[in-house]
Design a binder for this molecule. Structure first.
Ligand code: DC
Length: 234
């Protein structure tokens, strides 16, 4: 199928500035933004609320499948914040956008994302959201697994120290009590889990453009990425 507007896949490790950049790329192009990490975070939240150990792949996979088949997991557009995540049945949807943004849910999402049943359950939602193009999908395996045929693939990375510093500043600004060392440990632990898992590990697609944001400003990263997208459109 040929698309008149591209799918833009933005993959990369935690804390490279992906969410901010993906939102700005989507806004600049007038595209829809799909934050796929939010789906894994919400599965982790739903499973932990039910007291299910996140390492129990079978049970967490059941939770994910159940949520998807009952239409209890939704990504909504939010004019102020980009994307809102809603959990629960149609008559009682709960906005969990904040609840999924804790350090516990970051690590929890990474844990549940290693389970094949969870990844399979979330694949269709992501493909449906992107199929028509005119969309920016942000994640870990968009260019390799979800849309290997995406028109534009970007891999955004930065050193672990740079990413930890940014994450730390963000958490402190939100009033959370964390230390830089603890944050760096969490970044490294997540990298290990995301890169080391057997299924859909974090890696750059061969045809993805690599952008290292360690010593670039957000504006420079944005400009670079938009130039790549526009080069495709020409
Ligand atoms: O982007 P994020 O920090 O919200 O992602 C949370 C976790 O979800 C991350 O550690 C790995 C996982 N994830 C994934 O495996 N595949 C994706 N496409 C997006 C996220």
């Amino acid at each position: 199928m040929s698309r008149s507007r591209p799918i833009v896949a933005i993959d990369g490790p935690a804390g490279a500035g992906k969410s901010t950049i993906a939102r700005r790329v989507a806004d600049a192009l007038g595209f829809v933004l799909v934050d796929t990490g939010a789906l894994y975070r919400t599965v982790a939240l739903a499973a932990s609320r039910r007291g299910i150990p996140l390492s129990d792949g079978e049970s967490v996979g059941d939770v994910a499948r159940g949520m998807v088949s009952r239409d209890e997991l939704r990504l909504d557009r939010d004019p102020a914040n980009g994307v809102r995540v809603l959990l629960g049945p149609a008559d009682a949807r709960e906005d969990v956008s904040e609840a999924i943004r804790t350090p516990e849910m970051s690590l929890g999402a990474s844990t549940v994302s290693a389970h094949p049943g969870v990844r399979a359950a979330l694949l269709d939602i992501q493909r449906r959201a992107g199929a028509e193009g005119g969309v920016v999908l942000e994640g870990r395996d968009i260019g390799t697994v979800v849309f290997p045929d995406a028109e534009v693939k970007l891999f955004l990375t930065a050193s672990a120290e740079t990413r930890a510093r940014r994450r730390y500043d963000e958490l402190v600004a939100k009033g959370q009590e964390v230390s830089y060392e603890e944050t760096l440990d969490q970044v490294r632990a997540r990298d290990r889990q995301d890169e080391g898992r057997a299924i859909a590990p974090l890696r750059r697609a061969e045809d993805a453009h690599l952008v290292d944001s360690s010593s670039m400003s957000l504006d420079d990263v944005l400009e670079r990425m938009l130039a790549i997208v526009r080069a495709w459109a020409r």
